[in-house]
Design a protein around this ligand. Structure first.
Ligand code: DC
Length: 234
């Protein structure tokens, strides 16, 4: 029997849990996983390494267009390399987090990465890591721009308080007042900047919203799997 490949698109703001939840859903359903935010982070690292001013939009576009990115769609091996440098960890550091919006708000860069993302999604539906089962793709504009025709489209939201606490715990290991304060720029300012080019706070038509404010990780994964089941009957 041939199984029809599935594309699951998950959007949401910083700290909504979309990366960890998407990755786990991919594991459970034996699908590929595409972290599009990591591509914007990689592009930012590459511009810095090439010595390009992030405010110089044309130069940023030119170097991103030719960046030698290597990235797996295996949810258990998210190693990312650029020019043979393993940048998996370094792109999560504050230096990149605080600068990535400058690259992610460049509309020509978005065009380039959107094309790469669509190619990855298509490749995963015909072969790739999941041998054609399909993919979970997540990021700020996946349900609306990159994959508006995905089989399942979900907007994962959470209250500002829950998002700040989660990101503080991820980055600082605790969610006390000081850690939450230190996380505000990364979560709130970045979302405000990113909102200027993609709409990820309100669900578009046909997109199912899941509010994870009062759900733990396992409950959020279960809620996503339930939506997939409702939509696909799998
Ligand atoms: O999800 P993240 O924090 O790793 O995303 C990194 C940055 O990339 C963030 O500033 C938003 C941006 N981004 C985007 O504009 N579009 C996407 N599809 C994914 C991420």
């Amino acid at each position: 029997m041939t199984i029809k490949p599935i594309t699951i698109a998950i959007d949401g703001p910083s700290g909504s849990g979309k990366s960890s939840v998407s990755k786990e859903v991919a594991r459970r359903l034996e699908l590929g996983y595409l972290d599009t935010g990591a591509m914007y982070r990689a592009a930012t690292w590459w511009c810095l390494r090439e010595g390009v001013e992030l405010t110089d939009a044309d130069s940023v576009t030119a170097v991103v267009d030719t960046m030698p990115l290597s990235m797996s769609t295996n949810p258990d091996d998210q190693t990312i390399r650029l020019d043979d440098v393993n940048i998996t960890e370094i792109i999560r550091e504050t230096n990149i987090s605080s600068k990535v919006s400058a690259v992610a708000t460049n509309l020509e860069v978005r065009d380039i990465l959107r094309r790469m993302q669509r190619a990855r999604i298509e490749a995963e539906r015909t072969g790739g890591f999941s041998r054609g089962n399909g993919i979970v793709a997540e990021g700020r504009d996946i349900t609306t721009v990159v994959a508006p025709d995905a089989d399942v489209r979900i907007l994962l939201v959470a209250s500002e308080e829950a998002r700040l606490a989660r990101r503080a715990k991820d980055v600082h290991g605790v969610a006390d007042a000081q850690a939450v304060e230190a996380t505000k720029d990364e979560v709130l300012r970045r979302d405000a900047d990113d909102s200027t080019v993609s709409s990820f706070q309100v669900a578009a038509d046909g997109v199912v919203t899941i509010d994870s404010s009062d759900l733990d990780f396992e409950q959020t994964v279960a809620a996503v799997l339930q939506v997939v089941e409702n939509v696909t009957g799998n």
